[in-house]
Design a protein around this ligand. Structure first.
Ligand SMILES: CC(C)(COP(=O)(O)OP(=O)(O)OC[C@H]1O[C@@H](n2cnc3c(N)ncnc32)[C@H](O)[C@@H]1OP(=O)(O)O)[C@@H](O)C(=O)NCCC(=O)NCCS
Length: 160
């Protein structure tokens, strides 16, 4: 477990494929079940959706899976359906790097936006998305719909 918020040298991000998913489904569910939001079953992860295998990623430190992002293609956006980082690895910049990956995917796919929904009560995630530059597109009693132009996710906000 890191005591600082810097990433180790053996950090990597891997594209989610059916083979990788089969191998890491158990740790994926474990991280997922640490989350505040409604739990996903294994079927949520294995189901096929447009763009899912292009846009989804797993994050590793050495061989340990430490975070993931499931994203799919919508008409005008790449939509982040799920993003989470294992509790021991939060505030290391991992989720921000996963969003950079989805931004690259959106640009390559010609999608003008990255979108997602966040529960109004999830203050940490709302703070995270705000820091990444997302703006509110719409809201209901329970959720905010957020969006950002993918190029903005590639700006290094720590230095520029
Ligand atoms: C939200 C979540 C994905 C963020 O992951 P993370 O890897 O810790 O985020 P990062 O380290 O990339 O954070 C980037 C910036 O977001 C902000 N941020 C992230 N977590 C924060 C927190 N707990 N408190 C305040 N700001 C926070 C900070 O500005 C941070 O930059 P800094 O550490 O240099 O100050 C993670 O907390 C998580 O997995 N939560 C549970 C699952 C969840 O709620 N997912 C979202 C569902 S919509």
């Amino acid at each position: 477990m890191p005591i600082t918020n810097s990433l180790p040298k053996d950090f990597s991000i891997v594209r989610l494929t059916t083979v990788v998913l089969e191998q890491y489904l158990d740790p994926l569910l474990k991280i997922d079940h640490e989350m505040l939001a409604e739990r996903w079953s294994s079927e949520h992860f294995t189901s096929d959706y447009p763009g899912k295998w292009e846009a989804s990623r797993l994050a590793f430190v050495d061989t340990e899976m430490v975070g993931y992002m499931i994203a799919t293609f919508k008409m005008e956006s790449v939509h982040v359906n799920r993003i989470a980082v294992g509790a021991a690895w939060r505030r290391s910049g991992i989720a921000r790097l996963l969003l950079r990956e989805v931004a690259q995917t959106a640009i390559v796919a010609g999608k003008p936006l990255v979108t997602l929904k966040v529960a109004c009560q999830n203050k940490i995630a709302r703070r995270f998305y705000q820091r990444c530059g997302f703006t509110v597109h719409s809201a209901d009693d329970q959720n905010l719909s957020l969006q950002i132009v993918p190029q903005l996710l590639l700006v290094d906000t720590k230095t520029g």
